[in-house]
Design a protein. Structure first.
Length: 358
């Protein structure tokens, strides 16, 4: 069975975010090191205990500002999408990029499989149904996959990352970023407070902070409650959200692609051990209405893969009949930019265009 895979795109997005996250944290480390050295003065082996509160507060606030705005709570502006801090800005970038890569890959597949240029041009010029919106709950009727009603319902099934409400905790993305900022700051506060009270020198404490904050750095060896890696929460949230974004766009592009028949759950090549994902992969392929919730767990790096029909000529013939009967073209990934502008919205689609032009 032919497939449209997004494995490479997902892997690149995860690596790209990790690189960007490290870059966002580096200025915090530089600033913290300067504060610690100045507090120690000429005696680099001792930071006055009287300076503990001021240092912990200043460094903790700089860590928190990576995740949320100056109000200490919000990651996004009033529109719920425009980032007002570096972490959500990086997350927005990779959300837009992974979504675009999935949709554009599906578009390339359609162009390759459609042997009728007139049908392809008809589909590429399609417009969204009138009053089309994105996000919500809708029962799908899969039997009419090329109708405007099906397209409209498919768009309603798509959960935009920023407005999806986690059924487990009832939080949206901005709330989860805020929780991550609090968790990270609490860990950093504890590390600094303990180091100052133990008489750690400013240079030693700076190195420990760098190890503690940067993703992939050598972990701080400790059994203390603050753990060994303050970047863990931020990476887990981002990895899960980027994976989910790839899955949502794969499902939507597949639903709207008349040449796609279903979804295969593909295990990651780096899958560490047997878990729930093994059973989900074994149950493939899935119809669109029966695809399990994805991702199956935090840090899940499995991918969803679109299965291409074994009878593309028949699908093209059916589409040609609709075209010749004067039916409006359904919105499919063939009009990749039109679909992306709809599902990403003006702010994120503008961000995506800016990345391409830069």
């Amino acid at each position: 069975m032919a497939e449209i895979a997004g494995t490479k795109a997902l892997g690149l997005a995860q690596v790209g975010f990790k690189r960007d996250f490290k870059a966002l944290l580096q200025p915090v480390i530089t600033q913290a090191s300067g504060l610690l050295v100045r507090a120690a003065g000429n005696n680099e082996n001792k930071i006055p205990k009287a300076a503990e509160k001021q240092l912990v507060t200043a460094i903790g606030e700089s860590v928190q500002r990576v995740f949320v705005g100056t109000d200490g709570r919000s990651a996004f502006a009033d529109d719920g999408v425009t980032a007002i801090a570096p972490y959500p800005a990086a997350l927005n970038t990779w959300y837009a990029l992974i979504t675009a890569e999935i949709v554009r890959t599906s578009a390339k597949s359609m162009k390759a499989v459609i042997k009728d240029d007139a049908v392809y041009r008809w589909l590429a010029a399609a417009q969204p149904p009138e009053n089309a919106t994105v996000g919500g709950v809708s029962e799908l009727t899969v039997s009419a996959r090329t109708t405007a009603n099906f397209v409209r319902d498919s768009l309603l099934e798509y959960d935009p990352m920023h407005f999806f409400v986690n059924p487990v905790d009832g939080y949206r993305l901005s709330d989860r970023i805020w929780q991550t900022s609090l968790r990270t700051r609490t860990q950093v506060d504890a590390l600094l407070a303990e180091g100052i009270r133990n008489g750690d020198g400013s240079l030693r404490l700076s190195r420990r902070l760098e190890q503690f904050l940067l993703p992939g750095a050598a972990p701080v060896r400790t059994s203390r409650p603050y753990g060994t890696d303050a970047s863990y929460s931020g990476m887990r949230l981002a990895r899960t959200e980027i994976t989910a974004a790839g899955g949502r766009s794969t499902m939507l592009a597949g639903r709207l692609n008349p040449y796609v028949t279903g979804i295969t759950w593909r295990l990651s090549l780096s899958h560490p051990r047997s878990d729930i994902c093994n059973g989900l992969a074994a149950g493939s392929p899935y119809d669109f209405g029966a695809t399990p919730s994805y991702p199956a767990h935090p840090h899940c790096l499995c991918t969803l893969v679109q299965n291409v029909t074994t009878t593309p000529a028949q699908v093209t013939s059916d589409l040609r009949e609709l075209m010749e009967n004067g039916q409006p073209a359904p919105l499919t990934p063939a009009n990749a930019e039109g679909l992306l502008s709809l599902i990403l919205g003006a702010a994120l689609y503008g961000l995506l265009r800016g990345i391409v032009q830069s």
